[in-house]
Ligand binder design. Structure first.
Ligand code: GLU
Length: 372
């Protein structure tokens, strides 16, 4: 009997599945049996008329043997080189495994930053859409040559949430070595698996581990939770479960931890800003500006700023803090840090009269701002 506990996942027309290196490898090398199990489950789902996009790591692990490396390289440049050697081979394995189900595969290499730039976002969206229309299964990984977020922080989880958003997916499945989120360390025996998370409030007492136990993959439970919160805030239900249960998870059966949607679809740039961006500095607001930005959702003007820290350029993410230094919002700033001290406290009218009309612009436009 099927325990279809999660009808939204079961019915999802388009689902993103994310798998990390540690779930694909055994003793440091890619385990073909795991690739086969994963591709079988995904192909079965596609065979029932659903669309799936796969976000897969494993490039570094695949590149180790051809380079004669016994252990994962420690320095970033060699890790990136191994990923470069491994990525093609990894895709070849997926191509082979999916071809047994008469499914084609398209490689898509992305960075979280790409998904923030409007033109790149649109291009990625169009490519993914067309691949799916052509019945080709997109296999996404971080573009390790130019970005190292995953290598450093295990951030393919977050990339997967952004891919779910850009592809307008209706479900996200994050596969892990652990069969879900526990209320404590699952190794200590008395931790309990959490079945369902209805919102960030449910996580108040949960301590999620940072890195995987094997040392191969870098994404611990905490990046999965972050990713699930990004996706659910954008209206995409998310399941975190073990790779072994991918078939069950896709079918909407009860496995792992289900994160219920908490919000509506919103712009990816704002999602990125709220959940993934690292602020390059801070601007401190006077109480009037805090009120204007938070309560009235107004843009931030130079007049409301009392201090600036960090070295940022126009276009960088910055935190907006209150007078005590507590971050209240995050936004894309439209001035460089070194320009702001001479503008602080001045009205836009004064600035445009003295310095020219380009100084009439907001420090952070309301459309480029998220409340924290
Ligand atoms: N994106 C890289 C890969 O696919 C990084 C994975 C990792 O850090 O283990 O191998």
């Amino acid at each position: 009997m099927h325990d279809e506990a999660r009808p939204d996942i079961a019915a999802s027309p388009r689902t993103v599945v994310k798998i990390g290196s540690s779930s694909l490898t055994r003793n440091g090398a890619i385990d073909d049996a795991r690739i086969v199990a994963l591709t079988d489950a995904i192909a079965a789902r596609v065979g029932r008329g659903h669309q799936v996009l796969l976000v897969s790591s494993g490039a570094i692990a695949t590149g180790m043997a051809p380079l004669g490396l016994k252990k994962r390289p420690r320095d970033l440049a060699t890790q990136q080189a191994a990923a470069s050697v491994g990525q093609g081979l990894l895709i070849a394995r997926y191509t082979d495994a999916f071809s047994r189900h008469r499914l084609g595969v398209g490689q898509v290499l992305l960075t979280a930053d790409d998904l923030m730039r409007r033109a790149h976002y649109r291009n990625a969206q169009r490519t993914l859409e067309r691949l799916l229309e052509l019945n080709v299964l997109p296999v996404v990984n971080e573009n390790d040559t130019v970005a190292t977020d995953e290598i450093r922080f295990g951030d393919n989880d977050r990339l997967a949430a952004l891919v779910a958003h850009v592809s307008r997916a209706s479900a996200l499945i994050l596969l892990s070595d652990v069969d879900g989120l526990y209320d404590g360390d699952p190794r200590n025996g008395n931790a309990i698996r959490i079945d369902m998370v209805t919102g960030p409030g449910d996580l108040a007492n949960v301590r999620a581990g940072r890195t995987g136990a094997s040392g191969l993959g870098r994404g611990g439970m905490s990046t999965k939770v972050d990713s699930a919160l990004i996706a659910t805030a954008a209206g995409i239900p998310t399941v975190v479960t073990t790779a072994r249960d991918v078939g069950k998870a896709l079918a909407g059966e009860k496995t792992g931890t289900y994160f219920a949607p908490t919000g509506q679809r919103q712009s990816t740039r704002l999602l990125w800003l709220a959940h993934a961006a690292v602020a390059r500095g801070t601007v401190k607001l006077d109480p009037g500006a805090v009120e204007a930005v938070i309560d009235r959702r107004a843009s931030l003007l130079p007049a409301g700023i009392t201090a600036v820290t960090g070295s940022f350029e126009a276009g960088d993410p910055v935190d907006l803090t209150d007078e005590r230094g507590k971050p209240v919002a995050r936004g894309i700033v439209s001035y460089a840090a070194k320009e702001l001290p001479s503008l602080m406290g001045r009205s836009t009218r004064w600035l445009s009269a003295r310095l020219g009309p380009e100084y009439e612009r907001e420090v952070v436009h309301r459309d480029d701002l998220v409340i924290l």
